[in-house]
Design a protein around this ligand. Structure first.
Ligand code: ADP
Length: 254
């Protein structure tokens, strides 16, 4: 896999103090390597989503520097920035009055791709996520199961082969069986495309399964440990990480 063209992401002294004074992230240093899947894990409220959303500026940082591919995100137009960064959230937020195909075509259309290219790409993507266009393309989101909607969300996020993909509990709303299948599909896609992925999950098992490295955060976005799934599960850096793992019972071997 050639990931030389895939950007890394660097967070240096990143902070977010919300308007009400909540210190969601106090000062976070983190480097996401080019082409890796990095999972942010930790208990609810520890600042995972805030961290993720600062990367595409859905949340504006209060301080520090975030760069994608060496370029400071604060120097970029937020709308342009977001077009180059796929974003998948738990409740995908498909456009309800657009068909599955139209939903997947959203960003290519914004970027004024050629119609024929869009059609080819949409068919290819729907195929990749196991929703053949002939059957699923003309449907509307309400005509899909939760898992199918989530797959459309993944397809939409990948439509323009974004070099960076941010995922916030992407498989959270899907039943366990469907989730396992989606996780496998996601993994195959990520490997094929070499996308740099930052994924938020509260589920250490999901992180162990999908991530190259895991960042364990505690309240205030404090980085307690950064390591491979093996390192984190076999050699927790401290009592916080050990307790967090223990809450999930015995973590599966990576
Ligand atoms: P996580 O994703 O780990 O559950 P979040 O990043 O969502 O954590 O939240 C971190 C902290 O910031 C929490 O205390 C949360 O209540 C707070 N928070 C999140 N969004 C806002 C907001 N818009 N205004 C004020 N506080 C917020």
């Amino acid at each position: 896999m050639d990931t030389s063209a895939t950007p890394g992401i660097e967070l240096a002294g990143v902070r977010k103090i919300y308007a009400d004074g909540t210190a969601a992230v106090e000062s976070l240093d983190l480097r996401v390597r080019s082409g890796e899947v990095l999972a942010l894990v930790g208990p609810s409220g520890c600042g995972k989503s805030t961290t993720l959303r600062m990367i595409n500026r859905l949340v504006e940082p209060s301080g520090g520097v975030i760069s994608v591919d060496g370029v400071d995100v604060m120097g970029q137009d937020p709308v342009e920035l977001r077009r180059g960064i796929g974003y998948v959230i738990q409740h995908v937020g498909l456009f309800p009055h657009r068909t599955v195909s139209q939903n997947v075509a959203t960003v290519p259309r914004l970027l004024k791709w050629d119609r024929a290219d869009i059609a080819v790409r949409v068919a290819e993507l729907l195929d990749l996520v196991g929703l053949p266009e002939a059957t699923y393309g003309p449907r509307y989101p309400h005509e899909l199961s939760g898992g199918e909607r989530q797959r459309v969300g993944v397809a939409r996020a990948l439509a323009v082969r974004p070099p960076v993909l941010l995922m916030d509990e992407p498989f959270g709303a899907v039943d366990p069986q469907g989730r396992r299948r989606l996780q496998r599909e996601f993994q195959a896609l990520q490997r094929e495309l070499g996308t740099t992925v930052v994924m938020v999950t509260h589920d250490i098992r999901e992180a162990v399964l999908l991530a190259d490295r895991i960042a364990v955060l505690s309240r205030g976005g404090v980085l307690e440990q950064l390591g491979t799934p093996e390192e984190v599960t076999e050699a927790p850096a401290n009592a916080f990480v050990a307790d967090f793992l223990a809450d999930f019972g015995e973590a599966p071997a990576a």
